[in-house]
Design a binder for this molecule. Sequence first.
Ligand code: FAD
Ligand code: FES
Ligand code: FES
Length: 479
Amino acid sequence: MIKFLLNQELRVETEIDPNLTVLQYLRNLVRKTGTKEGCASGDCGACTVVIGEPDGERMRYRTLNSCLTFVAALDGKQLITVEGLQDEGVLHQVQQSMVDCHGSQCGFCTPGFIMSMFALYKNESQADRHKIEEALAGNLCRCTGYRPIVEAAEQMYTNAMADKFDRLQGQTLQQLGEIQPQQTAELKGAGRVSFSPTTLDELAALYEQHPAARLLAGGTDLALEVTQFHRELPTLIYLGQVAELKQIHEFDDRIEFGAAAPLSDCAPYLSREYPSFGQLLQRFASLQIRNQGTLGGNIGNASPIGDAPPALIALNAEVVLRKGSKRRILALKDYFIDYKVTARQESEFIEKIIVPKASAHGVVRFYKVSKRLDDDISAVLGAFNLTLQQGIVTEARIAFGGMAAIPKRARACEQVLLGHPLDEATLTRARQALSQDFTPISDFRASKEYRLLVAQNLLTRYALEITTPELATQVTAHV
Ligand SMILES: Cc1cc2nc3c(=O)[nH]c(=O)nc-3n(C[C@H](O)[C@H](O)[C@H](O)COP(=O)(O)OP(=O)(O)OC[C@H]3O[C@@H](n4cnc5c(N)ncnc54)[C@H](O)[C@@H]3O)c2cc1C
Ligand code: FES
Ligand code: FES
């Protein structure tokens, strides 16, 4: 059974297919068809909804792609759809701005844009162009053009005033307080089952009882198995209700990220410590996906083109794995074994990710190369972390994504660099060593020749950036 608020209405679902997405639930079961289906794969934003959750005394609002969210994730939350914004027949100021600025033509993308703008409006008392673009980067419009939409997002702040959500905040918090899950919830339907444990111990025990179950964190990878590949996921264990798995703890020498902490919660910590990680995360999918997707899921998915693993390997991050009551700590570089094969054993899950804090001498840079700047998967990702003392490389950690079947360290390249200055002769040998480290493949993202050349050029770029910081190596302003 799950309980949640659909806009302001309490819904109790006792039997429902756990493979059903929130989008399918809205459109097919409760006939709220304002939320649109475009791609059903997280790319277009037409299905964007907002999830409201208690955050202390206030409500916190986040956008999600409803096409990638299974219904179990709604338990204890408020699901806000475009139908829920108007107040007794009067448009919300976000909607009114869209009308005033002529931000809609065919209208198919409009509900998704409105929901992204609404979340921005609720979370920020003012938003500059950068914030607006960040909030809207996961929404595509194929007919209006983005100028009027961005103008609408700017204009919504000019008439900012308390809205119905402010008025009803106390009541909403109270209603959500009454339906917070206190113990493992079970959702059954269509012969499938989903468990939502609320503690680590419950999760560990459930996974031992159901070793074939699929772990569901944000679902931004897993849901595609159902929506794109038409597979069944008969048993799911949802991690999003386990409070310990969503916590982030900062220590003097490290930060520990609960495996189910959404990427948008991890981002401020990672970017404070490593600004280059912040830049990388800004280019990780869209805000909707970062609100939903997790660091643990990015590792658990074991994709050779995941963005966080090479960066984390270059930082010498570790994962804490748990099976039953036993925990073990593994360097992330040893977690990936072969294509989609990891060191994770049956019924073992990633509990947390330990990221060392920046050292005084290390120079860390991550470079993502993809066809589009926003919302695109890497062709190659280079992660560099060298320590130089008196101009000599004394420590080297270099890892790449997109260059092998797994995210992998460039050992031969590191060996060439160690003990040498970053001069042209060393760089020439280090570039050559990358071809011993990697035999990339060609696919629709890039050819093998391009991948190798890009990896070599990223090494040169990194060396230039640290030896000649005044040299311009990237476009920093929009043209
Ligand atoms: C449109 C779109 C754009 C994307 N763009 C990017 C991008 O730019 N860069 C990028 O790297 N990725 C991208 N992704 C992929 C995806 O968003 C990320 O991999 C994300 O981090 C997955 O996290 P999740 O919580 O949604 O994982 P889920 O889908 O919930 O899980 C992914 C896998 O990991 C397993 N898993 C989850 N948590 C754990 C755990 N604690 N222990 C063990 N196993 C676990 C699951 O069982 C599953 O097999 C994109 C996806 C989409 C749909
Ligand atoms: S339908 Fe396109 S992102 Fe969900
Ligand atoms: S208004 Fe037609 S797709 Fe945006």
